[in-house]
Design a protein around this ligand. Structure first.
Ligand code: B12
Length: 500
């Protein structure tokens, strides 16, 4: 069967960093394992018009991914597919997986979307493809109308999907259990991407823009439930690959694909410290520690002992992020972060002591925040003094506890899913005394106070990677200062290209 997977175009207004979509890379891999001919159309880097791609490849099924700011583009893409071909269109990803807000149904109500795959997708996607394939075998004159005919009951028993029958009725099947044995999954199919068109995940310090950069997932899920975090895809159950299994993929990335930088994308990689120690030992023993790698998404500060970090450093870890979120103990408790300030201090001390570079993620405008508590966050960032401090505007994603709080007691300021991005310094909601004006003022203050300290200015301009990447640095700074103008330009660009 011919299978097309699409990442709808969504360039962020302030950061045009593009990396291959790991979710689609996994889906592509399981499809190939099934014997399908797979193509991935990543609209962020593609220059061929979508319609032309579809006419040329003539897929039997299309899968489209969607996070929240991407979802409207995903709907437009679904409609465009249907204009060219009568084939089933499946949507998946973090946005349509939010059942508590009926966002699976929201997508199905859009023309062109037949099925929504909720949550972790590999097993469900395989089953959907099998159903379509056997239907194709029986019905050479394919019609989606017949495939989705309620009388045929094709989809009744597929776990983890919501779907629309051809009489317009919407259905939601029970969830699919989490994939228990992550070692059974194939490696992400990077060969399906035009790798040369992507930027590196993070400029890995001494690298020039464009280093061959790959991502890896060594575990899935997170046992914590922070109030702000969008966790619609991966179940609460934390599962890990065995160190040996990760090693094999790591070796493949370095030896076969020539990785110059690896980004570990796990939500919480260090939940089981022993496993990470074992992985580090394997990377060292197999001489794979010369390629720098980064914990992109943050590790738990309460499980970041000096011993662990020293071992990881020896295994090639160059930089690690920590989700600090707030410098105010009460706010930390309110968002259920389950950590205290001293533990965070200790983690940063440990990381720096063993020579790791650090990233601190901070959030401005958490529920319960006041001018004073946000100032404490900024001061705490300065005290921790990571290499990179990232201040996000609290953006309440549907399905999160903050979203519930704001819906009940506050006022949402964004209505358009496309505006659910959080680096452009605009407040997304108001709650009591936490006004938009105050959040925006404190966000600007955060960047100014942190980066304009004399030793930071000196440090920035004396770093090699600053000069190697200075074009990008200025571009990002410009976009941060003028997000609206940038966004308008991107909209125009998009319209000029037919919107897709
Ligand atoms: C790496 C990452 C990024 C990277 C790269 C993204 C990329 N190209 O993949 C960068 C830094 C660019 C990024 C940017 C953003 N990100 Co991000 N990111 C992640 C992170 C940490 C890992 C993503 C990943 O690879 N997951 C592993 C793969 C295997 O999972 P997956 O992609 O979700 O795919 C699985 C399922 O979703 C499903 N599936 C997905 N698509 C489809 C399609 C079909 C047809 C089917 C059947 C199934 C299916 O099956 C897949 C396999 O199991 C996640 C956190 C997380 N735990 O996922 C956040 C996350 C996805 N990001 C998030 C957000 C908010 C953003 C930004 C909007 C942030 C911002 N700047 O404002 C931007 C949007 C960028 C864009 N262009 O759309 C949110 C999304 C929440 C939401 N409701 O949409 C997440 C969940 C973080 C969080 N917990 O809040 N991100």
């Amino acid at each position: 069967m011919r299978v097309a997977l699409i990442n709808p175009r969504f360039r962020l207004p302030i950061d045009t960093r593009t990396t291959p979509h790991l979710g689609l890379a996994y889906l592509g891999a399981v499809s190939e394992e099934r014997g399908d001919e797979v193509r991935i159309f990543d609209a962020d880097v593609e220059d061929q018009p979508l319609e032309e791609f579809l006419r040329e490849f003539r897929p039997h099924i299309v899968g489209i991914t969607a996070n929240t700011p991407q979802v409207k583009q995903a709907w437009r893409t679904a409609a465009a597919v249907k204009r060219v071909l009568d084939i089933p269109v499946v949507l998946g990803g973090p946005h349509p997986s939010v059942v508590s807000e009926n966002l699976d149904f929201e997508s199905l109500e859009h023309e062109g979307v037949d099925i929504v795959v909720r949550g972790e997708g590999e097993a469900t996607w395989l089953e959907v493809c099998q159903k379509v394939e056997s239907f194709l075998r029986d019905q050479p004159a394919f019609s989606t109308k017949v495939l989705m005919d309620p009388g045929k009951k094709i989809w009744d028993d597929v776990l983890g999907i919501s779907y629309k029958t051809s009489d317009g009725q919407l259905h939601r099947n029970p969830d699919r259990p989490a994939i228990e044995d992550l070692d059974s999954l194939p490696w992400p199919a990077y060969h399906l991407f035009k790798m040369e068109r992507y930027t590196n995940l993070q400029p890995a310090i001494d690298h020039v823009e464009g280093a061959r950069s790959f991502s890896i997932l060594t575990s899935r899920g997170c046992p914590y439930r922070c109030a702000f975090c969008s966790q619609s895809v991966m179940p609460i159950k934390w599962r890990a690959r065995s160190p040996e299994n990760v090693l094999e993929e790591w070796r493949h990335l370095v030896r076969d694909l020539g990785a110059e930088e690896i980004g570990v994308l796990d939500d919480s990689a260090n939940i089981r410290v022993k496993r990470l120690m074992e992985l580090a030992d394997l990377l060292i023993a197999n001489r794979l520690n010369h390629v720098p790698w980064i914990f992109v998404n943050g590790i738990r500060a309460n499980l970041a002992s000096r011993e662990l970090l020293a071992k990881l450093k020896q295994a090639g870890l160059k930089r690690t992020a920590f989700g600090v979120e707030s410098g105010d103990p009460q706010v930390l408790t309110a968002i259920d972060k389950r950590i205290d300030l001293d533990t965070i201090r200790e983690a940063f001390r440990n990381a720096k002591a063993v020579g790791l570079e650090t990233i601190g993620f901070f959030i401005i405008g958490l529920p319960g925040d006041t001018r004073e508590s946000m100032q404490r966050t900024i001061d705490f960032a300065c005290e921790l003094d990571p290499l990179i401090a990232n201040f996000s505007m609290m953006t309440p994603y549907p399905g999160t506890r903050v979203y519930e709080i704001v819906k009940r007691h506050g006022r949402m300021l964004v209505e358009d899913w496309e505006d659910y991005v959080f680096f452009d310094g605009r407040a997304r909601y108001e709650l009591g005394d936490l006004t938009a004006e105050l959040q925006e003022e404190m966000w600007k203050k955060a960047y100014r106070q942190f980066y304009l300290r004399p030793h930071r200015v000196l440090m920035t301009v004396t770093r090699k990677d600053f000069w190697l990447n200075y074009r990008r640095t200025f571009r990002v700074a410009w976009r941060t200062i003028f997000p609206r103008r940038e966004k308008e330009e991107l909209r125009k660009q998009l319209e000029a290209q037919g919107g897709l």
